[in-house]
Design a protein around this ligand. Structure first.
Ligand code: CO
Length: 205
């Protein structure tokens, strides 16, 4: 391997450090995983799930895509949710977006971005659902607010999946959260969206 050799060096250092503190860490982890949280986040390199909440390997099951979208026909995301809920039996699903999201920003532009515009269309739909509120804002505020509203809509989408509905109807304890992360200060903010059953789902607006 001629390229990216430094990453193998760094990996060895990282692994050695963990083993120094806890010699059986990887051995234990190799036997099984039992994460209690599913994290659905943006693919943005500045929003690394485990690091943000300072959790070690094994504690978070993670799905990331551009702009943390949960699309009803996305078999990738739906499979992650099903596996997390039905097999791993996670107790929490967190949709964590972030301010300054490039996907959200691109959705606000009247520009051709190629293939990705089909994906970003889902964020344009979120805009349409909240058009009157967003149209009244200046562009900076609108950008921040759309990042928040997008998370809220994706939380609703998670709650409306057959997997989550079935879990709730079976009496399984499962909470869906909406969080937002700020790249500027490295802090998470709770959007005060915390849904534990079907009755708590917001009705359509
Ligand atoms: Co983003």
């Amino acid at each position: 391997m001629r390229l990216l050799q430094h990453l193998f060096v760094q990996n060895r250092q990282w692994s050695d450090e963990i083993k120094k503190a806890d010699p059986s860490f990887f051995q234990r982890l190799s036997l099984h995983q039992s994460p209690y949280i599913l994290w659905i986040g943006c693919a943005d390199s500045r929003v690394p799930a485990n690091q943000i909440v300072n959790l070690p390997p094994g504690d978070l099951f993670v799905h990331r895509n551009i702009a943390n979208l949960v699309v009803h026909t996305d078999l990738n995301c739906l499979s992650v949710i099903q596996y997390a809920v039905e097999v791993l039996k996670v107790k929490h699903i967190i949709v964590c977006g972030h301010y300054g999201c490039g996907g959200v920003k691109a959705s606000l532009e009247d520009k051709d971005h190629g293939l990705i515009d089909n994906w970003l269309r889902h964020i344009k739909d979120v805009y349409r659902f909240h058009k009157s509120e967003l149209d009244a804002m200046d562009s900076e505020k609108k950008f921040d607010r759309l990042c928040e509203l997008n998370i809220r809509e994706q939380v609703v989408n998670v709650c409306n999946t057959t997997v989550v509905r079935k879990a709730w109807r079976s009496g399984i304890s499962l909470t869906v959260h909406g969080w937002i992360y700020s790249i500027e200060d490295g802090l998470l903010r709770d959007l005060d969206i915390c849904i534990t059953n079907e009755a708590e789902l917001p009705t359509s607006e």
